[in-house]
Write a protein that binds this ligand. Structure first.
Ligand code: COS
Length: 380
């Protein structure tokens, strides 16, 4: 493994860090409190090229590698996980899927504005009764000749209200099981497509999570991605890359909380010395730094395999499983190190602790990651 980052990768990381510190940080507490989507900030993030980082420049993207994406995701997530989930979904679930499997017409029409950050996208798989068990889609896309008739409900959709382009997974032929599922590109404003209530969430409260309803929406045949029945594999392949994004988000939440805890421990005194000089705190910091570095290595390994064109499904599940565990555990420790200050909103770490939890749930729960990992290990 080559641990040396290139100058380009370091420049991307520094640009993301500057943006996070200067643009995202000032309003992050208010946005969390008010559940306000970072609309202007996301627009700027798009203008800087962070919403289509890995897309080929001929489709308006940044043409960067997945390692750069991990570095940028960590920096943005250190400060604002509500903004970084928008970035992760747009880059890895929407742009990647369209670029990899879309037709040239679909790329020109949908990918170009998404990659340039003019609009944002959403990935719609979860349903009231199908999250982990993704083959059990109740949403139907009935083949009507030159269009599909789409009916059903999708739940907990990130960017649900703010997106313009939605990739919707639906069942066309239930008898065929996962081979009867399709992915359709749905535009906001299509007749019968209704954006439902916004969720009131524990964490990532600045992000825009909605229920979506489809009532006899006519989706043109040319909006299907891939061959008939490719939708489930499309979702699985896309989620493998998405998990690198969420693993990096978890890494950023953990490292952001660690940096705050480290700084605080050098300022705060108790029993005649700064608390970092007490072994109880110093050992917590040692554990945090070690686990965060291990999470970073797993994220970079998954990204490196992706950049090399190798299979990264196992590595991305491992990265997500471990990084999200580290994020949850180490944000709790960051609150503990801050004591009473950690429990109040102006010190950021309580928000990070709340934000961390979702990384163990979305884009495949930790239990789903263990299914993916163990099945790979036990495969004959
Ligand atoms: N890449 C490509 N193909 C994949 C794949 C991947 N990462 N994972 C599975 N597949 C393929 C399998 O090879 C199989 O194809 P064949 O029948 O042609 O061999 C097909 O997809 C079905 O796979 P499998 O039998 O493993 O499906 P299961 O129903 O057992 O489900 C899990 C497997 C649980 C791993 C899957 O449903 C999953 O990832 N669920 C979580 C979904 C999720 O992340 N939800 C959150 C919503 S998005 S916020």
């Amino acid at each position: 493994m080559d641990f040396k980052l290139t100058e380009e990768q370091l420049a991307v990381r520094d640009a993301a860090r500057d943006f996070a510190q200067n643009v995202l940080k000032p309003g992050v507490i208010e946005r969390d409190r008010e559940q306000r989507f970072p609309k202007e900030e996301i627009k700027e993030l798009g203008e800087l090229g962070f919403l289509g980082m890995m897309v080929d420049p001929k489709y308006g993207g940044g043409g960067m590698d997945a390692v750069s994406y991990v570095l940028a995701m960590e920096e943005i997530s250190k400060v604002d996980a509500s903004a970084s989930v928008v970035m992760s979904v747009n880059n890895s679930l929407v742009c990647w899927g369209l670029e990899e499997f879309g037709t040239e017409e679909q790329k020109q029409k949908y990918l170009v504005p998404l990659a340039g950050g003019e609009v944002i996208g959403a990935f719609c798989l979860s349903e009231p009764e199908a999250g982990s068990d993704a083959t059990s889609q109740r949403t139907t896309a009935i083949d009507m000749g030159d269009y599909y008739l789409l009916n059903g409900t999708k739940n907990w959709i990130t960017n649900g209200g703010s997106a313009s382009t939605y990739l919707v997974i639906a069942q066309t032929d239930a008898d065929k099981g996962h081979r009867g599922i399709n992915c359709l590109i749905v535009e906001k404003g299509m007749e019968g497509f209704v954006v439902g209530a916004k969720e009131d969430k524990l964490g990532i409260r600045g992000s825009d999570t909605h229920t979506l309803m489809f009532q006899d929406v006519k989706v043109p045949k040319e909006n299907r991605i891939g061959e008939d029945g490719f939708g489930f594999k499309f979702a699985m392949k896309t989620l493998s890359g998405g998990r690198i994004g969420i693993a990096s988000q978890a890494l950023g939440i953990a490292s952001g909380a660690y940096e705050l805890a480290l700084a605080y421990s050098k300022e705060r005194s108790a029993f005649g010395k700064v608390i970092s000089k007490h072994q109880a705190i110093a050992f917590k910091l040692a554990d945090m730094a070690t686990e965060i570095e291990a999470a970073r290595m797993l994220c970079l390994k998954a990204a490196t395999l992706k950049d090399q064109g190798k299979d990264y499904a196992l590595a991305s599940s491992m990265a997500k499983l471990f990084s999200s565990k580290v994020a949850m555990e180490q944000t709790v420790e960051a609150v503990q190190i801050h004591g009473g200050y950690g429990f109040v909103k102006e010190y950021h770490v309580e928000r990070m602790m709340r934000d961390a939890k979702i990384t163990q749930i979305y884009e495949g729960t930790s239990e789903v990651q263990k299914m993916v990992i163990s099945r790979t290990l036990l495969k004959d």
